[in-house]
Design a binder for this molecule. Structure first.
Ligand SMILES: CC(=O)SCCNC(=O)CCNC(=O)[C@H](O)C(C)(C)COP(=O)(O)OP(=O)(O)OC[C@H]1O[C@@H](n2cnc3c(N)ncnc32)[C@H](O)[C@@H]1OP(=O)(O)O
Ligand SMILES: CC(C)C(=O)C(=O)O
Length: 524
């Protein structure tokens, strides 16, 4: 087996990630995330930009002191930022000063327009080159490990980029970072940029080539992988892909793409992938940035299967629809989501887990009831299934069934219910007003069936979470010493109540017909 070449993982969640609007972290949160990044086994933790605030400085200092990783601090190519970065890093176990300056024409002309940088583009480029070299030389007076970034390298003229990179390596940069700051490049184009740099820069072997891709066109991970294929050996990325604007290349996607498709290349990372999910949750909770459900690797749906054909495939062989196991990234298990797109196999397997062995015609019947609920409710939870199963196996011999229900109710109207009921091949229909919609409904049922009220007790409860939870109504009738209990389940609690009442009446009717007490809780 060939030895894989290591790609260093430089995590910038605490620096560029924190530049996501609203994501500010306090010192303790940064320390906690850094501890988790250590468990994840990243190679470099970029902990912040010390010159930007005392809190940043303190956070970098604390992370640097504690962490066994390389801890980087960002600084503009100016002495004040660099000396402040060192102030934060001087007690770090493995300090890295990361200094940067823009190299693209757009940035140079746009950000360094002041005449003190020169009048023409060529003059300004000379100034920027000098600032870059001076920054590295100055940083080098503090520590050995110096990273230089050519901001907006993605849009930088290749000749000028090579000139700057060659000069900063001569000045002592040990890592040269090629950022696609604006997420503008295309994977093959960005890959060629790295290959071109390797050709043009004579001293390139003296530094590690790094890339730092933004996701403005959704290409950050693809660009990073293309750069790796062309010689980059450090990938800058963040947990959940958070970062300035559309974010950075996502750590978990780069790492898992390299791992899952290791058949295609000779690169590997040192990441402990089982820690990915925990890290993702921690970052999301501390930053308040919610992970989109369909986010690769760490989204809630990344290992969820909702449609019948997929569930069937998964139950037969997980590899049919999963290219990695959830456990490999620390997600406890695959989630078979029961809903309107599920099939009988998915339902049957979940029921089995819950202790219900259902097969053949019985399964067909349960499945029909399941579908009628699934049409009203987005997801069917275990509790919903338990209720459905209770309902299914607790049916009277001659059910009295609700065919139609219409309720008119509101704060300014008298509650009125109309019901149509079917039993033993006959249909009954009646309306009634009542003290509330449930009372109106029960009265309409009593009128339709020409019965006196036998209602002894009534209750309703929610069986699962969320606005679309199933409501379970329980109705108890009393006739002399006999009690008859019925249950009804629906996302609509009035419908659930009507069904419960009719089921209780069905048991009563059965008992009368068969002259045998059929109550499910007789005498309780
Ligand atoms: C691509 C990136 O992610 S870069 C990192 C982004 N991170 C941050 O900006 C961190 C938070 N920033 C801050 O706290 C502040 O912006 C500070 C402390 C860095 C600077 O604040 P201020 O001194 O008030 O300057 P301000 O942010 O308004 O403008 C930036 C100045 O730095 C200059 N500058 C920008 N980048 C660099 C650089 N790499 N090297 C040298 N100078 C730079 C700009 O030209 C501008 O200078 P000017 O005042 O002469 O026009
Ligand atoms: C400072 C550099 C690395 C950066 O964040 C960028 O260019 O996006």
């Amino acid at each position: 087996m060939s030895q894989k070449e290591k790609v260093l993982i430089f995590d910038t969640t605490l620096r560029d990630g924190e530049q996501s609007p609203g994501a500010s972290l306090n010192v303790q949160e940064k320390i906690e995330i850094a501890r988790q990044l250590e468990k994840l086994n990243v190679d470099v933790i970029e902990a912040g930009f010390p010159a930007s605030s005392p809190l940043q400085l303190e956070a970098v200092r604390r992370v640097g002191e504690e962490s066994s990783r390389i801890v980087a601090a960002l600084a503009r190519a100016v002495e004040h930022d660099i000396s402040t970065a060192w102030k934060a890093l001087q007690s770090a176990r493995h300090p890295r000063i990361h200094t940067f300056i823009s190299t693209s024409d757009i940035h140079i002309m746009g950000k360094f327009g002041h005449e003190r940088y020169g009048k023409t583009l060529a003059e300004k480029q000379k100034t920027i080159l000098r600032m870059a070299v001076d920054a590295v030389l100055y940083a080098k007076t503090f520590c050995h490990d110096i990273e230089f970034s050519a901001e907006d390298a993605g849009r930088t003229d290749p000749g000028y980029l090579a000139e700057v990179i060659e000069a900063v390596i001569d000045a002592g940069a040990t890592t040269v970072n090629i950022p696609d700051t604006t997420g503008y490049t295309w994977p093959s184009e960005f890959g060629k940029k790295i290959a071109d740099l390797k050709e043009r820069v004579t001293n390139i072997d003296q530094a590690v080539i790094s890339v730092h891709c933004h996701n403005d066109l959704g290409l950050a991970v693809a660009n990073t992988l293309s750069a790796i294929e062309n010689g980059a050996r450090q990938a800058e990325c963040s947990i959940n892909g958070i970062g300035e604007r559309a974010g950075n290349a996502s750590l978990e996607e780069i790492v898992m793409a390299l791992k899952v498709r290791s058949d295609l290349h000779d690169y590997s990372t040192g990441i402990t992938t089982r820690e990915i999910y925990n890290t993702s949750r921690m970052v999301s909770s501390f930053t308040g940035l919610i992970v989109q459900p369909n986010k690769a690797i760490v989204g809630d749906n990344a290992f969820s299967h909702e449609s019948g054909i997929h569930q069937d495939g998964m139950l037969k062989n997980r590899q049919t629809y999963e290219v990695m196991t959830p456990q490999s990234v620390g997600v406890p298990e695959t989630h078979i989501v029961l809903g309107r797109h599920s099939g009988k196999h998915g339902l049957q397997s979940r029921l089995l887990v819950l202790g219900y062995k259902v097969e053949g015609e019985e399964l067909d019947k349960v499945y029909q009831r399941f579908l009628s609920v699934a049409d009203k409710k987005k997801e069917i939870y275990d509790d919903d299934l338990r209720v459905l199963m209770g309902d299914e196996f607790n049916r009277p011999a001659e059910p009295i069934e609700l065919d139609y229900l219409h309720i008119n109710s509101g704060t300014a109207s008298i509650p009125t219910a109309t019901v149509r009921i079917k039993t033993r091949g006959r249909t009954f229909e009646e309306s009634s007003t009542g003290d509330g919609p449930v009372d109106a409904c029960f009265r309409a049922i009593e009128r339709a069936l020409k019965l006196d009220s036998l209602l002894n007790s009534y209750s309703v409860r929610s069986t699962s979470a969320g606005r679309q939870a199933l409501g379970e109504a329980t109705v108890r009738l009393r006739d002399g010493d006999n009690f008859y209990t019925g249950r009804g389940v629906s996302t609509d609690i009035i419908e659930a109540s009507a069904k419960a009442y009719l089921q209780a009446l069905s048991f009563h009717e059965d008992a009368l017909q068969n002259d045998n007490n059929n109550s499910i809780d007789n005498g309780i």
